[in-house]
Every structure is written in structure tokens, then in C-alpha cells.
Ligand binder design. Sequence first.
Ligand code: HEC
Length: 304
Amino acid sequence: MNMTHYMQLLADNQPWNLLIFMGIPIVLAETLAITELYILFTRKFDGFVYHLNRFAGTTVGLYFIGIIAYLMTTAVLPITKAGEWRTVIDVVAVSTYLIGGLPLIWIALQEFGFVNKSLDQMGKLKIHAICVALFLVFGHIAMVSGMLDPSLLGYKGADTHQMHGEQMQQMHMMHAGNSATQDNRIAVDFPAPMKEHILTNMRDHLQTISLIQEVMGKGQYDKAARLAEDRLGMNALKLHGAYENSKFMPKGMQEAGTAMHRNASKFAIEAQNTAATGDIKPALIALGNTTQACVACHAGYKVK
Ligand code: HEC
């Protein structure tokens, strides 16, 4: 499913991002809101609840200064520069999340005596309560729009294998630092001899792609077609013992394998057409689709 950057931020790097960007600020803000109600009701400007209210208000305000500074530099600016916002849903989600922090910062500033110095206790209480209310409104707009699927407004998910280096880097920044090297591939358990066999096939796949490029460059399109069909395409299935191997593969991996064989066979047909028409473009596109199937499987799976 496609998600907003808000949702992606919370879902990545489990459970740390969720704790840092949602858990901690929510606990502080709810403590602030609940104690605020108590104070509004009792007008008790001393005692435990009042001090807890002040503590929660100053802490969450300071906390949000950090969050806003961090997300502005690592997410908002790079995403804006790369033109990567996932429709207005995404913009609303991320901006209301950040805007929601501003009234909390205002509360902290008031608690520290930097603002509203001339107001009396009631005046300060009023500003305090308004700020809590504003935070609740913005925070909940962020939550709802953050959980919306941006494809509702036409966002088309970025295909990982079509991503440019720059975009990849910027996505990794969203992952809060340490997950740039995170390996999310599913490890598939094959019996040892089969594992050897699969990796040998793989090296043969790469060699075949390389040979195909070479003979295409020499204008030997029929030869390229034969290489593709025999060593990568539907004909190659038996050669590579694909049926035996596929019993151990999860469904998605089997599909990636089938997609590769199909695309290689399509390439074989296009390469034969090239031999007749001299137009090389459709063949190159078909070859690109074939290697994209390699990339797609590699992105999702590894051997145990
Ligand atoms: C159905 C899934 C799948 C497809 C399709 C696929 N591969 Fe692989 N490939 C793998 C897996 C799994 C590994 C092992 C990766 C690991 O464990 O880190 C691998 C490893 C490799 C290796 C390293 C081999 C070694 O000795 O370590 C090469 C090279 C390779 N693949 C090339 C290709 C090429 C080229 C294609 C497309 C023409 C391709 N693969 C298509 C699943 C696939």
C-alpha cells in the first residue's frame, strides 16, 4: 500500500520511530491536556497536578523544538527539493504534525516566562488552554490525513527499482538514520545443494545478460534472441530445474521468477523483430523489463 511520509516515518525503524515521534509526545501531551482540564475545573494553582501540568507542558514544548528541527532538515527540505510530496494528503499530514508542535512550544515559552509576562494567572490559563486545544486539533488532522492512502488523490508509488540514487538517499533520510543499511529481504531456506544450484544459475543469468548486450551491440539480434530464450526465457525453466526450486519459494518469489522468464521470452521476440525491422528500441525496453524482474526479486528475497 502507498503511504504518506508521516505514516512511513512511524512505520519505519520499529519500534523506535513510533516511540520517538508518537509515543513520547502523545503521553506528554495527554498528561498536559488531562491536567489542564483538572486545573480549569478546580482553579488549583498549586499542588501535584499543577506541577505535573507545568512539567508536561515545558517538556513536550522543548521536545517538539527538537522534532521540528530534525524533521525540517532531514525530511521536509529534502522531500520538497526532490518534489517528492505524495499529493496534498502528504503535505497536510506532515505539516499539521509539525504545526501541532507550535502551540506546545508556546506553552513552554510561557512556562519559562519568555512570553505573556504581563498576563495574570487567568490570562495565562486561557492561552494555555487554547494552545492545548490547537495542539489536539492539528495533531488529529495529522493523524487522520497521515493514515490516508495518498493514491486516493492519484499518487503513484515510487517503484524502488526505478528510483534514482538521489531519491533513494532522501528516502533513507526519512528512515531516521540507521536503516539506510537495513535489510528487509525475506530469507528463504533452500536445501544446501539447491542453494548452490540457484546461485550458479544466477551467475549464469548475469553472464547471459552480458552476452546478450554484447551480441546486440554487434547487430546479431537472432543470436541475442536465442540466448534469451534458451538461458533466461520460458525454455530455460527446465534447464534451471525451476520446478524443483520453486517448491521452496514463497509465492512472491515464484511470481518474480515467472515474470523474469516471461520478459526474457518477450525480449527474444522483440530481438527477432529487430532483426527484421532494424528498430532496436522495443528490444532494449524488453531487455530492461527483464533485468527489472531480476532487481525486483533481489529486492525482496535472499537465501538463508
Ligand atoms: C526469483 C528470484 C530471482 C530472480 C528472478 C533473479 N534472482 Fe538473482 N538471486 C536471487 C537470490 C535469492 C539470490 C541470493 C541473494 C542473497 O542471498 O543475498 C540471487 C543472487 C544473484 C547473484 C549472485 C550469485 C552468487 O554467486 O552469489 C547474481 C549474479 C544474480 N542473482 C543475478 C541475477 C540476474 C542477472 C537475474 C535476472 C536475469 C536474476 N539474478 C534474477 C533471486 C533471483
